[in-house]
Design a protein around this ligand. Structure first.
Ligand SMILES: NC(=O)c1ccc[n+]([C@@H]2O[C@H](COP(=O)([O-])OP(=O)(O)OC[C@H]3O[C@@H](n4cnc5c(N)ncnc54)[C@H](OP(=O)(O)O)[C@@H]3O)[C@@H](O)[C@H]2O)c1
Length: 360
């Protein structure tokens, strides 16, 4: 596996590297990022290895992340059209301006213009709704995004951190109206956060959406620098934001560290390889504060977990999912449910009926 083993994003023709470069750490404004120089070195190293997908947001380091990316491509103009740049709207950068953020039409158009200015480009490849905005009618958001696609300023639309029911409603409206589809989701997903397996990931698979998981190392908890046996200071800047692992987290962390020893790779590489190999995952968002972390994380491309190693990690991190996940799992093997045949053969849903294209 390499960064140039490109994969299509959901039911779209857009091709991405299996790891997307996360740039929430680009810039020092939040106190846990890196300098513009280190950021550009990480970006150059990613592109050099064949990476083509970059993720940012208007809100990351208050716009500085976008500016660093824009400055880099201003110096490498020929590369701009070869990469997929995703940025997000929603976070409000303007104090006392109620339309500075959110998902209303006025806010979206202004946020995009400002992102294009910082990124020094005419268009973004994926424009992400960063968070759920229950105060704005979803038709307004979708229609504004569709207009921006028609204007040539946006290529594809994605949703991030939005409940499954609201995303499914939006996807259905967009489909019936002929507006730009939601081709991808961003959601938190790691060995320490698997509840997206309940609704969001199955929805993405059923509706043809690619999935870009964020926080695959749970802000560094799964990077190898934590272990229940080790006390003392940890080399991190994230602790100010996320605190320390809980006792339950340490059960998973210790199991990960043991599997990593077995594999002969770092825990970070194994944790990323686990996420990359999970059902429904398109391109994992990889974040790093320093070049050495970035290089260590790319080793995940060389890690292939055995079935036994994967089963160990699956079991130790198994999530408690919301209703009706457990109920459906319990009922599934009961052949008297939903159309068993008279000879006792369980009914099997044809793969064709499973695909969303056959549903509408
Ligand atoms: N859509 C959303 O709502 C959303 C939310 C969050 C992130 N994202 C995107 O997803 C990307 C990744 O998310 P994330 O930053 O939370 O990912 P993460 O991989 O869970 O955490 C990254 C942090 O872990 C530590 N780390 C990373 N690699 C390491 C290594 N090899 N050894 C030791 N420590 C290591 C670093 O922090 P320290 O060294 O300071 O500990 C680094 O900043 C972001 O850049 C952003 O693009 C999206």
């Amino acid at each position: 596996m390499s960064l140039d083993s490109y994969v299509t994003l959901g039911r779209s023709g857009l091709r991405l590297s299996p790891f997307t470069l996360g740039t929430m750490t680009f810039g020092e404004d939040h106190g846990w990022g890196c300098s513009p120089e280190e950021s550009k070195n990480i970006l150059a190293a990613y592109l050099d290895r064949g990476g083509n997908s970059i993720d940012t947001a208007n809100i990351y380091t208050n716009g500085h992340s976008e500016k660093i990316i824009g400055d880099y491509f201003a110096g490498h103009r020929a590369l701009r059209d070869r990469v997929v740049i995703g940025t997000k709207f929603f976070g409000n950068l303007y104090e006392n301006d109620p339309n500075g953020g959110g998902a209303g039409r006025k806010a979206i158009v202004q946020q995009l213009e400002n992102s294009l200015r910082r990124l020094q480009t005419d268009y973004v490849d994926i424009y992400w709704l960063h968070n759920f905005d229950p105060a704005t009618p979803v038709e307004e958001t979708l229609r504004a995004l569709d207009d921006l696609i028609s204007d040539g300023k946006v290529r594809y639309v994605g949703f991030s951190d939005v409940p499954a029911w609201a995303t499914a409603e939006a996807a259905t409206i967009a489909r019936l109206r002929g507006w730009a589809p939601i081709v991808a989701l961003q959601l938190e997903y790691s060995l320490l956060e698997r509840t997206s397996e309940g609704e969001l990931i199955p929805m993405a698979q059923a509706l043809g959406m690619g999935v870009l998981p964020w926080g695959p190392l749970k802000s560094g908890f799964l990077s190898g620098k934590y272990s229940s046996a080790t006390t003392g200071p940890v080399d991190t800047t994230r602790a100010q934001m996320v605190g320390a692992p809980s006792e339950a987290d340490y059960v998973v962390i210790d199991a990960l560290n043991a599997v990593a020893g077995d594999v002969g790779a770092s825990p970070a590489a194994v944790a990323l390889a686990w996420v990359r190999g999970r059902p429904g995952i398109t391109s994992t968002l990889v974040g790093a504060r320093r070049m050495d972390q970035f290089e260590a994380n790319l080793h995940a491309l060389d890690v292939t977990l055995t079935e036994a190693q994967r089963a160990t990690l699956d079991d130790v991190s198994a999530p408690a999912l919301n209703f009706p996940a457990a109920n459906n799992r319990m009922l599934a093997p009961m052949i008297q449910f939903a159309g068993a045949t008279v000879d006792g053969t369980p009914s099997v849903v044809s793969p064709l009926l499973r695909s969303s294209s056959a549903r509408y």
